[in-house]
Design a protein around this ligand. Structure first.
Ligand SMILES: NC(=O)c1ccc[n+]([C@@H]2O[C@H](COP(=O)([O-])OP(=O)(O)OC[C@H]3O[C@@H](n4cnc5c(N)ncnc54)[C@H](OP(=O)(O)O)[C@@H]3O)[C@@H](O)[C@H]2O)c1
Length: 331
């Protein structure tokens, strides 16, 4: 529903444009903002396994067909793998992406550990983690991303690693990268130039894009034009754009548009990502089925150019956005 009829009907995204990420539910600790409110009081392995399976069931029933996980999300790959194994029909219809390059080190603690995950983009870590990922997901692995690439990562320059990734791609897995930090655009442009055996190596990217941090947009448009699968993560800025958190002057334009369109702030934030012509899939990072249901109402929200222009006012300098994100506590 466009708010400016003069601009004609806005495209309404279909549910197939949305995916479900498992970062919030595969382990007890993460950086989203309301974990004490939204997770079971006892964050046991069994409780989070049940929560992950309930979210996957609800997402699949709603029409979501893209699921995202990673080696470093605690036991998320295992939970997703079990869910797929028990539902062959669903498994045949969905696309599953995972990531390697971070090792989970929190030993099922939510907080109080010095380091929750350790990043290393080496061939040794790839060799270990692809074996672990295969054990959890088997042939269901459709996409494998180098996790959180920044411009200094060997993933952009190491020929031995590129040969490993090319071998995986030759076996039918789409190989790509996720990006983080204020230099996402530079990272994506560098990755577009990487070749192995004379062919472009990467064919997928998962990047942060939200109305507070849209700086990767032009580089993601180039990736989309190059035929890459472009997946948006952190579309709600780790929960900062949910109604209960989007209360300050920095998010006034989001609240105003949500009120004007009868939409929740979380759905509007995800709809803004889905309105980007280069965005193939937009992830919900929901921690509860209720959040998921609210997030997925984004599929009914078509935003026109005037709506998107109003949201431009929310953009922060990228450096400031990533400083705020880096300060979010693990809980
Ligand atoms: N480097 C990478 O590759 C990378 C990094 C980050 C994420 N990801 C992927 O992207 C996915 C999404 O990212 P994300 O979870 O970090 O960020 P997000 O989508 O920006 O935020 C999700 C969080 O927002 C809160 N939320 C969502 N809907 C809500 C609602 N209706 N009301 C109140 N709160 C709501 C929940 O947190 P609370 O319940 O805690 O409030 C939820 O966990 C992840 O699951 C993961 O798969 C990848």
């Amino acid at each position: 529903m466009p708010t400016d009829p003069a601009l004609g009907p806005a495209a309404v995204p279909s549910l197939a444009r949305f995916g479900l990420g498992t970062a919030a539910v595969g382990r007890p600790g993460y950086i989203t903002l309301g974990r004490d409110l939204d997770l079971p009081a006892e964050r046991t392995v069994e409780a989070l396994r049940r929560r992950t399976h309930a979210l996957l069931d609800a997402a699949y029933a709603a029409g979501v067909r893209y699921f995202d996980t990673a080696r470093s999300y605690g036991r998320a790959e295992e939970f997703v793998g079990e869910w797929l194994a028990a539902r062959p029909q669903a498994a045949s219809e969905v696309l599953v992406g995972s990531k390697w390059g971070y090792t989970y080190t929190a030993d099922w603690q939510a907080s109080g550990v010095p380091v929750h995950e350790v990043k290393e983009h080496s061939t040794a870590v790839f060799d270990r983690q692809i074996t672990e990922t295969r054990a959890a997901l088997g042939a269901r692995l459709g996409i494998y991303l180098v996790h959180s690439v920044t411009p200094d990562s060997p993933a952009l320059t190491d020929p031995a690693l590129h040969a490993r990734l090319a071998e995986l791609a030759a076996g039918g897995v789409r190989v790509g990268l996720s990006t983080s930090g204020p230099a996402q655009a530079e990272t994506i442009r560098a990755a577009l130039e990487v070749t192995a055996g004379g062919q472009p190596l990467f064919a997928a990217v998962q990047a942060t894009w939200n109305v507070l941090e849209p700086s990767a947009g032009p580089a993601l448009a180039r990736a989309h034009e190059a035929g890459w699968l472009v997946v948006v993560k952190e579309g709600m800025a780790n929960g900062r754009l949910a109604d209960r958190n989007a209360t300050g002057p920095d998010t006034a334009a989001l609240r105003a548009l949500a009120a004007g369109t009868g939409t929740s702030c979380d759905a509007l934030a995800l709809a803004a990502a889905a309105a980007q012509p280069w965005a193939d899939v937009v992830l919900s990072g929901a921690a509860t089925p209720e959040q998921l249901a609210s997030n997925l109402t984004a599929a009914g929200v078509g935003l026109g150019p005037a709506d998107l222009a109003a949201l431009d006012a929310l953009a922060e300098p990228a450096e400031a956005y990533w400083r705020t994100r880096a300060a979010l506590p693990w809980a």
